[in-house]
Write a protein that binds this ligand. Structure first.
Ligand SMILES: Cc1cc2nc3c(=O)[nH]c(=O)nc-3n(C[C@H](O)[C@H](O)[C@H](O)COP(=O)(O)OP(=O)(O)OC[C@H]3O[C@@H](n4cnc5c(N)ncnc54)[C@H](O)[C@@H]3O)c2cc1C
Length: 95
């Protein structure tokens, strides 16, 4: 993914977590609990999709929107946010 001037955030991070799926969000939360302060989470999607429910979408039992949540509430509360020029890019900084 190309970096923009806003990515100074990324350049200076103590810890960079790539991907805001379950693993990335859990890792960022764990790092904060363990005392790291400058954790940046890079996630290209503005929404978090709960993948286990994808099969329900495929079966016509749920809509794609029903398994989407904005990234904000699912990222550790110490986080801040900035966006890159790419419409599918979201970065959150924890500090
Ligand atoms: C249909 C289905 C049913 C499932 N059912 C279950 C279940 O019942 N129970 C269970 O425990 N697990 C289940 N799983 C598995 C579970 O969803 C996955 O194990 C889990 O989502 C993996 O989390 P992850 O963070 O590794 O990856 P993901 O959730 O895929 O997250 C990866 C993230 O990385 C981001 N990303 C990708 N490329 C880049 C990049 N270049 N730069 C920055 N970010 C990037 C993506 O946008 C995404 O947000 C299921 C999965 C599927 C597909």
């Amino acid at each position: 993914m190309p970096l923009s001037p806003q990515d100074a955030l990324v350049d200076t991070a103590e810890v960079l977590v790539v991907g805001g799926g379950d693993a990335g969000i859990s890792s960022a939360a764990r790092l904060l609990r363990d005392g790291w302060h400058d954790v940046v989470l890079v996630e290209p999607s503005p929404v978090h999709r709960y993948r286990p429910l994808l099969k329900d979408v495929g079966a016509g039992e749920a809509s794609m929107r029903s398994l989407e949540r904005p990234m904000g509430p699912v990222v550790p509360t110490a986080a801040g946010r900035s966006r890159t020029p790419s419409p599918r890019s979201t970065r959150r900084r924890t500090s």
